[in-house]
Write a protein that binds this ligand. Structure first.
Ligand code: MG
Length: 267
């Protein structure tokens, strides 16, 4: 099933199931417990990010060529950092380049986002995917100056500016993607391909990440795991090419679709 979240004409926020012909029907119930698709066609005012994450867990350096392009060592264990949930941004809404706490180095990162659907702790790799609700696309937007130079080695500041986590356009439930490590993944900026890879290139695959993360920490429904980005980030270009107001970023993942966001400067 393909699930979206939207603002309805009545002013409330709803989930809906998107059909192959593009029509959407409202969902009744809790998507993480029991729900059903109704016969009520959605009256959408605006498409929203497909969920409000409880927490956003991020894996760094999870593609070999990306680790190499940043000059980092290939990690022995998955590298974990967090993004604040208030970074969430909707498909189509702008990535805002901060000007008050200024950044001149805002970058894109296409990532497969895993959405946990059932509480789990200490799960094995073999069982891990049973706890996944589904998958969507993410842009792990990063202010490289605040990630690398101005924050004492802590990633969270440079990763947690408002609007730095566009998610969407839809959740594909896990039955639609039996193997999450076989998906083409790409970024385009102003129509030009910057990143183009496959999730099969992950150093630590999705089951391994769920096993690893749940090994220390209970994962609750609504946990979003960003699984790392492949090579081709703006920081690694020669010279580096960071995002600027007026740019248009598209993240595309097979089956999930295209997550598009314009770039603007903070007012
Ligand atoms: Mg990332």
């Amino acid at each position: 099933m393909r699930i979206i979240r939207y603002l309805a004409q009545e002013g409330d926020i709803r989930f809906a199931a998107e059909q192959p012909d593009g029509r959407c029907f409202d969902v009744r119930g809790d998507i993480f417990k029991a729900f059903e698709v109704t016969g009520h066609e959605s009256n959408m005012v605006k498409l929203l990010a497909p969920l409000e994450p409880r927490v956003i867990l991020c894996i760094g350096l999870n593609y070999r060529k990306h680790a190499e392009e940043t000059g980092a060592k290939i990690p022995e264990w998955p590298v974990l950092f967090l993004k604040s949930p208030n970074t969430l941004q909707n498909p189509g809404d702008p990535i805002v380049i901060p000007t008050k706490l200024r950044s001149n180095e805002v970058d894109y990162e296409c990532e497969l986002a895993v959405i946990i659907g059932r509480e789990c702790k200490n799960v094995s790799k073999d069982q891990a995917l049973e706890f996944v609700f589904g998958y969507t696309a993410a842009n792990d937007v990063s202010a490289r100056d605040w990630q690398k130079r101005f924050s004492g080695g802590q990633f969270c500041r440079g990763k947690s500016f408002d609007t730095f986590a566009p998610l969407g356009p839809a959740i594909l439930t896990r039955d639609e993607i039996p193997n999450p490590n076989s998906l083409g993944i790409a970024t385009r900026v102003n129509g030009k391909v910057r990143q183009s890879s496959n999730t099969s290139d992950m150093l630590f695959d999705v089951p391994t990440l769920v096993e690893f993360l749940s090994g220390s920490t209970t994962l609750y429904p609504g946990t979003v795991i960003l699984t790392g980005t492949p090579e081709g980030v703006g920081m690694a270009m020669n010279p580096p090419q960071y995002l600027a107001p007026g740019d248009f970023v598209e993240i595309e993942i097979d089956k999930i679709g295209v997550l598009s966001n314009p770039v603007v400067a903070e007012e």
